[in-house]
Ligand binder design. Sequence first.
Ligand code: ADP
Ligand code: MG
Length: 292
Amino acid sequence: ATPTAIMVGSGVGLNRGILFKSAAVLEGIAHLQAIGFDKTGTLTKGTPEVTDIIPFANYTKQELLSIAAAGEHPSIHPLAQAVVTAAKQEQLNIEEVSDYHEEAGYGVSCLLSGQQLFIGNLKLMNKYQVDVGDAQSDFQRLADLGRTTSFIALGGSVIGLIALADVVKESTKEALARLHRLGLKTFMITGDNNKVAQVVGEQVGIGEVISEILPQDKINIIKRYQDQGFKVAMVGDGINDAPALAQSDVGIAIGSGTDVAKETGDVVLVRNDLLDVERAIRLGRKTLSKIK
Ligand code: ADP
Ligand code: MG
């Protein structure tokens, strides 16, 4: 009856929009003890909006937004797209930049009319030795509100801050509560600022918050749990998440996510509903109990 139970289990999953890539996954998911979640696009909707534009020196808000949009225009990062959208809404001119580099986990760098432009987090400013000076206190105030805030530095000095906020998905809090009831540990892995991650973590009631992690280091967090003897799943949606999904015992991709995540994942949640994580685990456990 073993193969039959698994076939039935996969079939039930499929009806509910839970796609198991193999029969072994149904068993694997039944044994999970900890689940890691990407923040942006997984716990949150992943469509941030600009909330604050704070220019320094003699810049106007519109000038600052226009400069930021020029630098972010080539990027497909959700934070970048939000800045470009805000500039377009104000019908601002978005100039073309040269020498553009995406700095994964930091931000972007480029040249705007021959001047060096950096847009990104504190780590980016530190990397290029840009003095953040007075901007630090505004940055902290915005972080305390849970807003991801970018420094905009032109010609070696900070000309302003742009803050963005992303809302959590409706079902996130309940989904995590249900996983805790099943006895699982939950944790967030994000490249975002410590304080911002803490605020979001408290909103959703996640077990542990692990923040300011570079994309290539997310895999190490999964390994750390595995070294402690946990069977670990990772839930993610982005290109950055693929290595962590591959490293985890069960990689769970969100259906709205990138193709890379969906290809890498062992389970795909077609409906984009985090409540399906718990449903998938219960289905795996039920299937396993029928096998035994
Ligand atoms: P996540 O873990 O949420 O997927 P990322 O690893 O993509 O985050 O990015 C981590 C941090 O790097 C962001 O919170 C932001 O501070 C900074 N960052 C990355 N890309 C950009 C960008 N295009 N513009 C501004 N900031 C960026
Ligand atoms: Mg992400």
